[in-house]
Design a protein around this ligand. Structure first.
Ligand SMILES: [Zn+2]
Ligand SMILES: [Zn+2]
Length: 368
């Protein structure tokens, strides 16, 4: 059995994505099939198609989605057909040392299956019967997706699919970097490098945590405008304002308490480390190209006690964090409506990717 579905595929390096009708197999034991309601278009999807994050084509893209359960595999007893879910691209096993220590975003089992389901096999075939890979272990930029049960989190059905979808990557990653990874303290000063989908959420995460000062840095004035709407108190455009680190030093009287690098470049990671005060924390959220290096002056490291830390998926604990984030949205404290600045039909996927490259949206979402 299985279902036919229109899906967005990565077929060829440095070529636009293509929309095809594919076959989505029925769930095996411990799996579910989700009728996808909406799927966000994320820079990570683009990174697969341009080789920044090398991935094996042919592959169904998408990892930021919400939908409704339409079929249950054997042994899945804690979900029902019709349940609304948000997809997590880290299906934490609950048993490895990282899951047990309360850091499920670092799960060893999910880290091993990034282009398939956790058992190492695919549920996707093209019209000729060739196997397709699952991007980020999910592949949810499609009308239907079969996923491991641990890849879906049951959520409030009253929330619009386009809003719920983006909680599964951009919001979790950005807000989580501030709340979970850095644990930003009220009254603190924060700097965010890059005001794209992740950066805007890091900004609103800092705002939620009660930061006093939030400085957004980007070379696009349009993105800095978005940044102010999400809580940035100051903005720096290095293209016109000059050296970002010197500006931050002046604005914060000697360095920020926290910085968040949401771009993925060695040079900006260096700046993120450089612009914090002694004992401050610099968080690397952006995913850099393989081979990208960071250059830091080793001599000063002991004297400044700065913390440089990575943030994987906003240190997500999806089953706790997704419902919490959606609750914050419902109570009016988390901006999701303002993030979704354009929606697309699945056939418009190539345009959605082009718009992301052009930087016209806070977030573009494909609605099925
Ligand atoms: Zn993403
Ligand atoms: Zn695990």
């Amino acid at each position: 059995m299985g279902r036919q579905a229109k899906a967005v595929l990565y077929r060829e390096l440095n070529k636009p994505v293509v929309v095809e009708t594919i076959q989505v197999e029925s769930p095996k034991r411990g799996e579910v099939t989700v009728k996808i309601g909406a799927c966000g278009v994320c820079h990570s999807d683009l990174s697969a198609t341009n080789g920044t994050n090398p991935q094996p084509p042919p592959m169904v893209l998408g990892h930021e989605a919400a939908g409704t359960i339409c079929e249950l595999g054997e042994g899945v007893t804690d979900l029902a057909i019709g349940d609304t879910v948000v997809v997590s691209w880290v299906p934490s096993c609950g048993k490895c040392r990282y899951c047990v220590m309360g850091r499920p975003a670092l799960c060893d089992v999910s880290a091993r299956a990034t282009t398939t389901l956790p058992d190492g096999t695919s549920r996707l075939k093209d019209s000729k019967g060739n196997t397709l890979n699952h991007f980020a272990g999910t592949g949810v930029m499609a009308e239907y997706a079969t996923l491991h049960r641990d890849s879906v989190i049951k959520t409030d059905p009253s929330i619009g699919m386009d809003k719920a979808a983006i909680v599964g990557c951009a919001v979790m990653t950005g807000v989580g970097a501030a709340l979970n990874t850095a644990k930003v303290e009220p009254g603190s000063s924060c700097v965010v490098f890059g005001a794209g989908g992740i950066g805007l959420n890091a900004i609103q995460g800092c705002a939620l945590a009660g930061a006093n000062q939030i400085i957004a840095i980007d070379t696009s004035d349009k993105k800095l405008e978005f940044a102010r709407a999400f809580g940035a108190t100051d903005t720096i455009n290095p293209a016109t304002d000059g050296d970002a680190v010197a500006k931050v030093m002046a604005l914060t009287a000697g360095g920020a308490d926290y910085s968040f690098e949401c771009i993925g470049l060695g040079a900006t990671i260096q700046q993120a480390y450089g612009c914090i005060r002694k004992g401050g924390t610099a968080v690397v959220v952006g995913v850099a190209k393989i081979g990208e290096m960071v250059n830091l002056m080793a001599f000063m490291m002991p004297f400044t006690e700065k913390v440089l830390v990575g943030s994987m998926y906003g240190s997500a604990r999806p089953s706790i964090d997704f419902p919490r984030l959606l609750g914050l949205y419902k109570s009016g404290r988390l901006k999701l409506d303002e993030l979704v600045t354009a929606t697309y039909k699945v056939d418009q996927a190539p345009q959605a990717f082009a718009d992301m490259v052009a930087g016209v949206n806070a977030r573009g979402v494909i609605v099925f």
